[in-house]
Design a protein around this ligand. Structure first.
Ligand SMILES: CC(C)(COP(=O)(O)OP(=O)(O)OC[C@H]1O[C@@H](n2cnc3c(N)ncnc32)[C@H](O)[C@@H]1OP(=O)(O)O)[C@@H](O)C(=O)NCCC(=O)NCCS
Length: 374
């Protein structure tokens, strides 16, 4: 057995997956064999969620049934609604999201049943209810009336409706839908690996998703979309961008929304999201962020040869849609629940306890000295 340390599991292949494939050399990401760019242009988020969870794109009747199941399960219990209403208003919405899934686990009658059928039923409930509870906190912390979900609205439309009380134009909804498709799945990233690790002890799906949310919160992972907006707010106007980014690089700062463990020549999701970010900027008649975006991106590529990741364009896009900055990563959650769930079910289907080794570098073997002699 080799005792070579691979910090961060860099370059280690730990298992197989049939869910998605990241091919950095040809800048490609596929879900179940379909390129994400293709899915973004030809499908809506519900079709992609079905694909990620079931392995195939749905036909019309399968999609109708799936959407119906989601719509039926959108309501949350009075108990959960009251818990959300009484959460400290200053709580980070990612901590609230984590607690929401944990509470859903307390309420679910099948929490400890890890059979494939029960898991799929639980996935539908978690996927349908989590956005409702997150949107409830979006409003409750501002002292606004909580808006219950509405049937006959798409996943994206309903989320806007629950947050703002209205559905924006088709183009804005499409841009949001595309962001959800791009966020749905990304192989063995930190949060997915966390979910699989929790699952490997035969723990339950609510616990695995709760752990995954905690992992996604970090700024080196999903929390980066929020940090991108903080950076843009600090830059304030396009004229400041060149000086700001050069100064940050001189100080060797990590610039959020750039770099990736797997993609070293650019993130395959960025061109699609960038296109929709530009569309949203045009619709909202606000070009400030796109100008800052272009300057920071060109300096990062020129000086460091480090390319943007998907969080770079999604951050300002969500801002232009009216979402509070600290809700950007919870939006990531409502989409990634699909990818995490597919991985949890895949892990259950061919489980092996995940338990790596460590190299000990602490004190040598020594004898315990009794308390009164220390
Ligand atoms: C994502 C990330 C953690 C990948 O990390 P990694 O694969 O371990 O790569 P490293 O952190 O070792 O980076 C390699 C080099 O590039 C630099 N680098 C990587 N990302 C950078 C960034 N965003 N800004 C500035 N420098 C960066 C590192 O400082 C390092 O330089 P060094 O060799 O001189 O020390 C890293 O790129 C990062 O912190 N990005 C910002 C956070 C972010 O956007 N996360 C979302 C990812 S989807």
């Amino acid at each position: 057995m080799s005792d070579e340390i691979k910090k961060g599991l860099l370059g280690i292949v730990v298992d197989e997956t049939t869910i998605s494939q990241v091919m950095p050399d040809i800048n490609s990401l596929t879900y179940r064999g379909y390129a994400v760019q293709d899915l973004c242009e030809k499908c809506n988020f519900e079709e992609v969620a079905y694909l990620v969870l079931n392995g195939e794109l749905p036909n019309k009747s399968e999609l109708k049934k799936f959407k119906n199941q989601l719509e039926k399960n959108r309501n949350i219990s009075i108990n959960l609604r009251e818990i959300v209403r009484h959460m400290p208003k200053k709580s980070h919405p990612m901590d609230v999201a984590r607690t929401i899934v944990s509470v859903l686990g307390l309420e679910d009658k099948e929490t400890t049943d890890n059979s494939p059928k029960a898991n799929m039923r639980k996935v539908i409930r978690i996927f349908a209810k989590t956005p409702t509870a997150i949107a409830a906190f979006f409003r409750a912390r501002k002292g606004k009336k909580i808006i219950p979900p509405k049937r006959n609205l798409s996943f994206a439309e309903n989320f806007f409706y629950m947050c703002f009380g209205k559905v924006p134009s088709k183009d804005i909804v499409k841009a949001f839908d595309v962001s959800l498709i791009l966020y749905a799945e990304h192989s063995f990233n930190v949060s997915t690996f966390t979910a699989r690790t929790i699952t490997s002890s035969l723990s339950d799906i609510h616990g695995a998703i709760t752990g995954a949310i905690a992992s996604l919160k970090g700024p080196l992972h999903g929390g980066a979309n929020e940090e991108v907006m903080h950076m843009m707010s600090k830059i304030k106007k396009p004229e400041n961008a060149f000086k700001w980014i050069n100064k940050a690089l001189d100080k060797k700062e990590v610039v959020m929304g750039f770099g990736h463990r797997v993609y070293k020549k650019g993130d395959s999701r960025v061109p699609t999201m960038e296109k929709y970010f530009k569309k949203v900027s045009k619709i909202q008649k606000d070009k400030k962020f796109i100008k800052i975006y272009d300057v920071v991106k060109s300096v990062m590529i020129e000086r460091k040869n480090i390319h943007p990741n998907v969080d770079y364009p999604t951050g300002p896009t969500y801002h232009l849609m009216g979402f509070d900055t600290d809700f950007f990563t919870p939006i990531f959650v409502i989409s990634r629940i699909t990818g995490w769930s597919a991985h949890i079910m895949e892990q259950h289907a061919a489980n092996k306890l995940i338990r790596p080794l460590s190299k000990y570098s602490g004190p040598d073997h020594r004898k315990v000295v009794l308390l009164n002699q220390r």
